[in-house]
Design a protein around this ligand. Structure first.
Ligand SMILES: [Zn+2]
Length: 85
């Protein structure tokens, strides 16, 4: 009987190990919901942009590039390219 108990104990120990192993992959799906936080950060970045455009410098071109930077050349600059400072 004691031998059976030992075998059972071994099995239960393995069950526990496999459960904890299964729990680790399960933790990865939890990491996926962590992705949403960047979204609120992007919202605050969007909020910051209107704040910048709220006080536009009329003497500047003000053209905005993809990354949200504003052209610092004079308005209607002759240069074909915008300059982002
Ligand atoms: Zn420009």
């Amino acid at each position: 009987m004691s031998k059976l108990d030992a075998v059972r104990a071994l099995r239960e120990a393995r069950f526990e190990q496999e459960r904890s192993r299964a729990a680790k992959p399960a933790a990865r799906p939890k990491a996926v919901p962590v992705a949403p936080p960047p979204a609120p950060a992007a919202k605050t970045a969007r909020k910051a942009q209107p704040a910048e455009s709220a006080a536009p410098d009329e003497s500047l071109c003000g053209h905005r590039n993809i990354s949200g930077r504003t052209c610092t050349r004079e308005k209607g600059h002759a240069a074909k390219t915008h300059r982002y400072g």
